[in-house]
Design a protein around this ligand. Structure first.
Ligand SMILES: Cc1ncc(COP(=O)(O)O)c(C=O)c1O
Length: 414
């Protein structure tokens, strides 16, 4: 039976208002927009929007996934993950960071995003505050808001020619009695920043002094092009302050396999598993088997991919430097760049979103507006992902350059 009027529908009327205000994730919205433009206008769209490597999952990982299927390894697993995977994750982190992680401090999740949600849902009460350096990957503040907590945005510091760094004084000044957590994404999405070891040390020191949890998302820890990456796990007291997030999506190009993990001190990991079982039961069994193969190696394909990304980064920087009004810098991690275009937009009399939409509609080039990361600090910036071939980077950015020059000739003089 269908209820008579809209007023009677508890489904229509019962939605929590905060859910109405969630914004989704722009990357996914722009994938749909790009498809529409390609279909309606017949343009060969070049997308700098996607946050995933363009290379398929490496063959030895796929083979292990197939083997798991052939062996009918298709049932539920332990919620925290199969022991082989938890061990492989601990070995990876210990081999790299000397972290002393034990397998029972690892919870395998359905992608890093679920690990983020699990962490926030387990520690934030309604009204609690979480410090989010901005621009930011949107999942932390969005999930926090969904839980009734309050994101406090603290702009990163923009240093012309050098890019972005944490503003530790501003972070400290933003701490209130309700602050429970501070987010550290390193290497950073959307800016490609690699925060220096001394900044990581200072953030940990701030957490110690103020009694805050550091939600450390190091999902891009293999995409580091210049030395100087320090993991929070290199701090011997990480267990007291850190909820650590990582995953297979980027390093092994496994976004669709949905495999991530959370690391926390043993007692906490056990308790979080009780929430995890009620959300997703376990990560996909086949993906977990493949995830073991990924971590056990060979690692050569990862190294080759990262080398390729370094080449692309250099091409992106070179091409962006040729576009009037773009202020690029050399990003040292992840596979994003977040050039400032404030002056250009002022000259064109355009808002960030308008500029980005214009480039898509007129020239078939997808960039993401800085304003989707996720509030105001990204106004006047655009994000480009260079998980795209060198030829496409050159072609896409040539289109942007031509269009910017045309617009400047047409509008800039007004
Ligand atoms: C910083 C950061 N954390 C987490 C994720 C989500 O990863 P997953 O696909 O494993 O959920 C992303 C994906 O873009 C990301 O950029």
């Amino acid at each position: 039976m269908v209820l008579a009027g809209l007023a009677d529908s508890p489904v229509l009327n019962g939605l929590r208002s905060v859910v109405e205000t969630l914004r989704g994730e722009a990357g996914f919205v722009y994938i749909a927009k790009a498809r529409r433009v390609a279909r309606e206008k017949g343009i060969d769209v070049i997308s700098f929007g996607v946050g995933q490597p363009d290379i398929p999952t490496f063959p030895h990982i796929i083979e292990e996934g197939k083997r798991a299927l052939d062996e009918r390894f298709t049932g539920y697993t332990e919620t925290a993950g199969i022991p082989e995977l938890r061990e492989a994750i601990a070995d990876y982190l210990n081999g790299r960071y000397g972290a002393g992680v034990s397998p029972d401090e690892v919870i395998v999740t359905t992608g890093a995003k679920t690990a983020i949600f699990l962490a926030l849902a387990s520690f934030l009460d309604p009204g609690d505050e979480i410090l989010v350096p901005e621009p930011s990957y949107p999942a932390y503040p969005e999930a926090a808001r969904a839980l009734g907590a309050v994101p406090r945005f603290v702009p990163l510091r923009w240093i012309p020619g050098r890019g972005f760094e944490l503003d530790l004084e501003a972070l400290e000044a933003a701490v209130t009695p309700r602050t429970r957590m501070v987010v550290l994404t390193n290497p950073h999405n959307p800016t490609g920043a690699l925060f220096s070891p001394s900044q990581v040390d200072e953030l940990m020191e701030l957490a110690r002094r103020k009694g805050l949890i550091v939600l450390a998302d190091e999902i891009y820890d293999n995409f580091v092009y210049e030395g100087g990456f320090k993991s929070v796990l290199e701090h011997s007291d990480w267990r007291d302050y850190v909820l650590y997030i990582n995953g297979h999506s980027k390093t092994f190009s496994m976004t669709g396999w949905r495999l991530g993990y959370l690391v926390a001190r043993r007692e906490i990991a056990q308790k979080l598993t009780r929430l995890a079982v009620n959300i997703y039961s376990c990560a996909p069994s086949i993906s977990q088997r493949a995830g073991v193969a990924a971590l056990r190696g060979p690692w050569e394909p990862v190294r080759e991919m990262v080398e390729e990304f370094r080449r692309r980064r250099d091409v992106v920087v070179e091409e962006l430097s040729r576009i009037p009004g773009f202020e690029p810098y050399v990003p040292r991690g992840a596979f994003y760049i977040f050039p400032r275009v404030v002056g250009l937009l002022d000259r064109l009399g355009m808002e960030t979103e308008e500029f980005v939409d214009h480039m898509l509609e007129e020239r078939g080039v997808v960039m993401l507006p800085g304003t989707v990361f996720p509030e105001t600090a990204g106004r006047g910036y655009v994000r480009l992902s260079y998980a795209v071939s060198v030829e496409k980077i050159r072609e896409g950015l040539a289109r942007v350059r031509e269009e910017v020059e045309r617009l400047l000739a047409e509008r800039g003089r007004r």
